[in-house]
Design a protein around this ligand. Sequence first.
Ligand SMILES: Cc1cc2nc3c(=O)[nH]c(=O)nc-3n(C[C@H](O)[C@H](O)[C@H](O)COP(=O)(O)OP(=O)(O)OC[C@H]3O[C@@H](n4cnc5c(N)ncnc54)[C@H](O)[C@@H]3O)c2cc1C
Length: 262
Amino acid sequence: MRFEKLLLGVKKNILLKNYTTFRIGGRAKYFFVAKTKENLIKAITVAKKLRLPFFILGGGSNLLVSDKGYKGLVIKFGRPLSLYVSKGLDWAAGIPGTIEGAVYGNAGAFGKSMKDVVKSVEVFDTKTEKIEIFKDCQFGYRDSIFKKKKNLIILSVKIKSGKSDWKKIKEHLDYRKQRHPKLPSAGSVFKNVEETPVAILIHQAGLTGKKVGDAQISEKHSNFIVNLGNAKAKDVLKLIKLTKKSVKKKFGIVLEEEIQFL
Ligand SMILES: Cc1cc2nc3c(=O)[nH]c(=O)nc-3n(C[C@H](O)[C@H](O)[C@H](O)COP(=O)(O)OP(=O)(O)OC[C@H]3O[C@@H](n4cnc5c(N)ncnc54)[C@H](O)[C@@H]3O)c2cc1C
């Protein structure tokens, strides 16, 4: 049976740049918006049955999508992280994307991260096709079990009950406004190294403002690469390669990407 009949609502040849904060990326062969976890499981099961590769897309805010796009099924799923900011996640104010994406990368800011607030995670294991509840997500700095085991798909997240401080929310949003570029980006490109802000290393390596095509190492925050208008993934990749090479040469430090790739 045709894929479109097995998964009602699936779309074809969808431009992924419209679903990423970087505004970069080619077309997905198939694209499906899963509004419920049941829909998500259904989409995964159908893709598996047809041996079609699949990828779960949250808010697309930590992602560089290839200019060639994706020859499989992209499933868009997740609840906005912003819905949780008033429930004890004041430190997360202004972090774009979904709570599922935030758990995947243990997103954090101002000394806090998802590991401090997650009570449990409901997971679909694509290998066993079983649903499990995870209390230990092996969180580390911008790391979790979900980064290591791609068969584990996050269905829902329970957070510890907490209260937010509105003054702090405003302060955090103001800080972001002042320090972060307004142009399209995927946030910090590299993980910080032993508490050293990578932005300082990149700046000291003389790379602030460096451009390849329409991709530029932000003049406002050197650990952001921004899209000046028509940047391609290949331009961003060249800047990433150059940054890693320059920082290694000047400081002997090997940078690790925080952004994810598709
Ligand atoms: C302006 C700006 C500021 C930012 N500031 C911060 C910051 O302060 N701190 C910080 O940590 N990050 C920051 N980020 C990065 C980004 O917003 C976070 O990493 C965010 O949590 C990613 O969530 P997302 O839903 O957009 O994930 P996506 O980018 O859509 O996906 C990221 C990864 O998560 C996986 N994933 C998503 N959903 C699921 C699921 N249900 N199951 C399994 N895997 C899944 C995807 O497959 C992908 O590999 C910033 C980004 C921008 C653009």
